[in-house]
Write a protein that binds this ligand. Structure first.
Ligand code: NDP
Length: 304
């Protein structure tokens, strides 16, 4: 029976460990502060931002959301960021992606002061990551490393395969695993014989954005499987194909009208892996916890 790596529990542990640090900062100087900028009305972004702001407030941190119209220009958004860079009580600035097409997302990324870049996406911080030097690490891959550490999974010497090479997940994930002494392979849409490469993995990380794509043939029996993907399936035929006649889960899909599934096949992974992260309740909660950790760390460094 595969072990389920409970990201919700580990996320709660991480935030609980942050509490005394936040209280110390608040008692000595002030609570850490995070601003989240949301541009436009993307419903998924609204949920993500709400969760981030709420978690901040529950922890006693200063948190604010700045909502800007979808029609905003790059220069107006840069002016907002410049103001936030100059505000002493703000330790972290996060611009929720995606941005509307007229906004130059790279210019926005470059405008955030690296010290306040709690997403770890600024090129300076990317360089620090590559050099294994201190800097905020991208939250989702950092969360995966916490899951592995807190679950006692040996990374040093392991063969790790990361499927996906995005700047926000795949590449930083591979770099963190490398720094933890794994032997790392990065796969992408042009990788030849992907399933054979994946079957080499002691630790398999799926970060591709394709529902239940990594089926049994991709998983070496006994591997540890980390599923970063979050995909909402609304097509009944697709849901039925994934759930393969599991009556209880199909009923739940019919009642809700959607199924939340990762990049790894949920039934196959439970049978083939030795341990895996579920979706939901796996990597997702860690992403927010690591954002909080990066903000607290930023406040501690900025306040000396
Ligand atoms: P991107 O779309 O930016 O990148 C997807 C990557 O997967 C690309 O490198 C792409 O390859 C690769 N890929 C796509 N299809 C295939 C395929 N058939 N075979 C092999 N590789 C493939 O996605 P993100 O990295 O932003 O996100 C990945 C997933 O993680 C999504 O489901 C997203 O929702 C989720 N996510 C979850 C988070 C969390 O908190 N849990 C946070 C962030 C993301 P190529 O480069 O060749 O195109």
């Amino acid at each position: 029976m595969a072990r389920i790596l409970d990201g919700k529990l580990m996320g709660q542990q991480i935030t609980a460990e942050l509490r005394p640090r936040i209280e110390t900062l608040a008692a000595r100087r002030r609570a850490p502060g995070l601003t989240v900028i949301r541009v436009g009305d993307d419903p998924a972004s609204e949920i993500y931002v709400r969760n981030k702001v709420k978690t901040c407030r529950d922890l006693g941190m200063l948190s604010e959301e700045i909502r800007l119209p979808a029609t905003i220009s790059t220069s107006d958004l840069l002016a907002e960021i410049a103001t936030l860079n100059g505000r002493e009580e703000i330790d972290g600035i996060l611009v929720q992606m995606p941005l509307p097409p007229q906004v130059d997302a790279r210019a926005v990324l470059l405008a955030i002061h690296p010290d306040k870049d709690v997403d770890g996406f600024h090129p300076f911080n990317v360089g620090q990551l590559v050099a294994n030097a201190p800097a905020p690490r991208p939250c989702t891959p950092a969360g995966v490393m916490e899951i592995l550490k807190r679950s006692g999974i040996a990374v040093a010497g392991a063969k790790a395969v990361v499927v996906g090479r995005s700047d926000i997940v795949g590449k930083p994930m591979a770099m963190l695993l490398l720094h933890a002494h794994a032997t790392v392979t990065i796969c992408h849409s042009k990788t030849r014989d992907l399933s054979a490469v994946c079957r080499e993995a002691d630790i398999l990380v799926g970060a591709i954005g394709r529902p239940a794509f990594l089926t049994r043939e991709f998983i070496r029996p006994g591997a540890v499987v980390i599923d970063v993907g979050i995909n909402r399936v609304t097509d009944s035929a697709v849901a039925q194909a994934i759930l393969r006649g599991n009556a209880a889960k199909l009923d739940a899909f019919q009642a809700k009208g959607s199924l939340l599934v990762g990049d790894v096949h949920p039934l196959d992974v439970a049978e083939a892996a030795s341990a895996y992260t579920p979706v939901p309740g796996g990597v997702g909660p860690l992403t927010i916890a690591m954002l909080m950790a990066n903000t607290v760390q930023s406040a501690e460094s900025r306040l000396g």
